[in-house]
Design a protein around this ligand. Structure first.
Ligand SMILES: Cc1cc2nc3c(=O)[nH]c(=O)nc-3n(C[C@H](O)[C@H](O)[C@H](O)COP(=O)(O)O)c2cc1C
Length: 410
């Protein structure tokens, strides 16, 4: 079945070029559903897109031609990708701040498909800090922004602001669509969250890991078609739809679950924060104040990554995390080699906005193949997408198949 691209068109001069984009997408065999802002209709007629796509163009959120469905939800659900081209400064601002006051922006909030935005505007508008901040917000959320090109602009200025070439926009759309099922048949094992080591029936040793990073990785891998098993320590997060959950409590439990699964996995991503030290013995009764101050004797808890490394096969891709408070990159590089990993995700948890409970993270990715990327502060879901991109690339290298270099770098 053909994939569906929903195409939102904003009210800028480049709206005329979106007819070429639309036509090229149709020629690639895609179903294209066009949505326009009211302002876009000042620049180009909806009839053009209706003729190109053989579908009615939707402009009015409240038109609701089919009583059996709510148009913006039905269209959002059908989308394999949502492309907004041209994206006006106004649309970019609304998307960044979750405003949903027309069909284009309401559908953008309702879709779970990847969103690709192609801005086009006057150079001063594009360089305005408000526009740049809004684009940063969108990129940080995992939205793909196709930078405008430089050159003479319709407003008479020369500079950056021209809509990217229609062929380039279509190339990005095809690359993103291609990756949407690229992990079909690949078994991915992910660990997430903290582990808990009981001291007595009401007290324990643990850490503040929320599990969000691992859950987002599981979600992104599943969205790309992988068969995902998520071994999770105790968290407050909802299960990830379509992902097999194995719930564990102690580091020993997590070790056993990982060792039972890792042999059949193609990819192992160790995003959990297992407790490193555990009490030698658990008191069967609650320790009372009258009993005096307890003396806790600790021992080293099992090293899950080290155990998994011992059974690693050459074609498997292993990813580890290093959460450090200082010298993070140096320590991470060392861990990459010591634990026989293919990729390490390093984060300095002492930095603002990076680390355990936060929704954002700033990480450095280092591959055993020499790859290194210092990512800016971004939402953990966007970090998860970058990690899965690397996994896919490394897997391609290992298998040496035609997919190895086919991702257009995205
Ligand atoms: C002739 C003309 C050309 C315009 N070109 C652009 C443009 O290229 N990019 C842009 O962001 N805004 C442009 N604008 C301003 C937008 O049309 C305006 O901000 C509008 O509110 C955008 O609405 P929309 O985002 O709902 O489509 C232009 C306005 C006019 C009158």
């Amino acid at each position: 079945m053909a994939q569906t691209v929903v195409m939102g068109i904003g009210g800028g001069i480049a709206a005329y070029k979106s007819a070429t984009v639309c036509s090229l997408l149709v020629k690639r065999g895609l179903e294209v559903q066009v949505l326009m802002t009211e302002h876009a209709t000042h620049f180009i007629q909806p009839l053009t897109f209706q003729a190109l796509t053989k579908r009615p163009v939707v402009i009015d959120t409240f038109a609701e031609p089919n009583p059996a469905e709510i148009a913006h939800i039905a269209i959002a659900d059908r989308a394999d990708l949502y492309l907004i081209a041209p994206a006006t400064a106004n649309l970019i601002a609304k998307l960044a701040h979750g405003i949903a006051d027309d069909m284009v922006t309401t559908t953008a909030l309702a879709t779970t498909a990847p969103v690709v935005v192609a801005p086009a505007m006057n150079v001063h508008m594009f360089e305005h800090p408000a526009v740049q901040d809004n684009l940063r917000i969108l990129r940080g959320r995992g939205c793909i922004v196709i930078d405008p090109a430089s050159g003479p602009l319709a407003c008479g200025y020369t500079g950056k602001g021209r809509l990217a070439e229609p062929e380039d926009i279509v190339d990005v759309v095809m690359a993103v669509l291609g990756r949407s099922r690229r992990l079909a048949g690949v078994k991915v094992l992910v660990t997430a969250g903290p582990t808990v080591e009981d001291i007595d029936p009401v007290r324990f040793l643990s850490n503040p890991s929320s599990g969000k990073m691992g859950y987002f990785i599981a979600e992104v891998a599943a969205a790309q078609g992988a068969e995902v098993t998520l071994v999770s320590g105790p968290t407050h997060l909802d299960p990830v739809p379509g992902v097999r959950m194995v719930r564990v409590r102690s580091t020993e439990d997590m070790l056993n679950a990982v060792m039972a699964e890792v042999g059949s996995a193609d990819v192992f991503i160790s995003a959990a924060a297992p407790v490193d030290f555990r009490p030698v013995a658990k008191s069967p009764h609650k320790w009372k104040k009258q009993d005096g101050v307890p003396v806790l004797q600790l021992e080293v808890a099992p090293d899950i990554l080290a155990a998994a490394a011992k059974v690693k096969r050459a074609e498997q891709v292993y990813v580890g995390f290093a959460a450090e408070t200082h010298n993070a990159v140096a320590y991470g590089r060392d861990k990459l080699t010591r634990k026989n990993l293919d990729l390490i995700v390093i984060n300095e948890v002492s930095q603002e906005g990076a680390g355990f409970a936060s929704d954002t993270n700033r990480v450095t990715l280092i591959g055993a193949d020499g790859f290194q990327a210092d990512l800016p502060l971004m939402h953990k879901r966007a970090v998860a997408e970058q990690i899965i991109d690397c996994v896919w690339r490394i897997r391609g290298q290992k298998l040496g198949g035609p997919d190895a270099a086919g991702d257009a770098g995205r």
